[in-house]
Design a protein around this ligand. Structure first.
Ligand code: FE2
Length: 393
């Protein structure tokens, strides 16, 4: 079944009506538990003015299921104010057998980098692998099992308005991410009694409750607030076929709008395999400073603005108005390149960008994988200005 995310639906309140074997009130009382490395905005730490980058962090090798393996990297905004987000990593090697999780703080965007996930939710089953994403609405309960020994990936807990497709403007009816490619879960329910555990995240704290039956007991539902999945290879990439660059907003898959047009609470943007054909152009992404704060991750391959130092599973952060762009090696290669049509194969980077500055956690600031010398990648850029050779075109 297809998930409709078109802008015209924005006027309809996202909601779902469930037909359940027993109502959700049939559960034990929640009691707070330790949340380990999971953090929630607002943060009292500083938003860095300098560019930041990390190698893939080494999260514990100890047995951990999907929920126990989160490590928060950045937060912004406020979960209670329902603005901003948190970005976490997960690395797990165990199924959630009798445990179910939900976060009331936001919807959850799951971006696997390694290993597949079987996600059994109250509203049906999803299965995603690297190159695909899943979105679980706020407070929907789910269980994650693994298709491989280990699963690693990125999570974004979106506190703000639910993700939707961006407006296409003059592009018209089709292009970018198309409605038809968003899939609702496969129908599934459980009518099972036993000893089960509910883990609930609310207002930045984590709680546990007993329940004597599986909470996946929804036998039918109707509505438009439901989990969905999307294969990023279905993204219809649009780009310049003449010269220069379009704004990177052309790579937006999903957007969470804020109260100011053009300044999203959160955009989910990808840099997938694509042709580069522009002429008389420095083809890598330009050097820039901009209002949005940009968190990037790499699912596979090489990102076209960085020759080295940005590894699959790694991350970078360029906060609002922080200058950034191609490293010296990329600049030198691209400046001399013969501009034949070129295919960027086997690569998939993504960006989560937000109008609100992102604040790294203590874990992110102090882990040994943070590249304290990141800014050095630009310091060899020379003054190449040659007044004599410049001429008007
Ligand atoms: Fe940027």
């Amino acid at each position: 079944m297809l998930r409709s995310l078109v802008g015209s639906e924005m006027c309809i309140r996202d909601s779902t009506w469930c037909y359940r074997i027993q109502p959700s009130v049939c559960q034990g009382e929640y009691h707070e538990i330790e949340s380990k490395l999971t953090e929630t905005a607002p943060s009292s730490l500083a938003a860095p003015i300098n560019p930041m980058r990390w190698n893939p962090p080494s999260i514990s090798e100890a047995p951990a299921d999907f929920i126990d393996s989160w490590a928060t990297i950045v937060t912004n905004g406020s979960a209670q104010q329902q603005i901003g987000c948190a970005i976490h990593l997960y690395k797990c090697n165990k199924d959630m057998d009798q445990r179910f999780f939900s976060t009331s703080d936001g919807e959850l965007l799951i971006t696997p980098q390694l290993g597949g996930l079987l996600i059994d939710t109250e509203l049906g089953r999803l299965e995603i692998h690297p190159g695909e994403i899943a979105v679980i609405p706020r407070a929907v309960k789910f269980r994650v099992r693994l298709t491989d020994d280990t699963a690693i990936g990125y999570l974004c807990e979106n506190y703000g308005s639910p993700f939707a497709l961006p407006e296409r403007g003059i592009v018209g009816a089709n292009g970018f991410a198309n409605d038809r490619d968003f899939l609702y879960p496969t129908a599934y329910y459980e009518d099972i009694s036993g000893q089960f555990e509910l883990i609930g995240k609310f207002s930045g704290r984590t709680y546990r409750a007993d329940i004597d039956h599986s909470p996946l007991n929804v036998v039918a539902w109707t509505g438009n607030s439901a989990p969905y999945q999307y294969d990023l290879s279905r993204f219809n990439v649009i780009n310049s076929v003449s010269y220069d660059h379009c704004d990177p907003s052309i790579f937006t898959v999903l957007t969470s709008v804020s109260d100011t047009a053009g300044m999203a609470n959160l955009d989910f943007v990808i840099f997938p395999p694509r042709w580069s054909v522009s002429e008389n152009t420095f083809r890598p992404p330009w050097y820039h400073r901009n209002i949005m704060s940009e968190f990037m991750g790499l699912i596979k391959g090489q990102y076209d603005a960085k020759k080295e130092g940005f590894e699959p599973g790694g991350m970078s952060l360029h906060n609002s108005m922080t200058p950034h762009g191609p490293d010296e090696a990329t600049f030198n290669t691209a400046s001399k390149k013969n501009l034949e049509p070129e295919y960027h194969a086997d690569t998939l980077a993504f960006m989560l960008e937000s109008r609100y500055p992102m604040i790294p956690t203590d874990f992110a600031m102090n882990c040994q994988e943070r590249q304290k010398d990141y800014q050095q990648c630009w310091q060899g850029l020379k003054n190449n200005f040659n007044k004599g050779s410049h001429h008007a075109q």
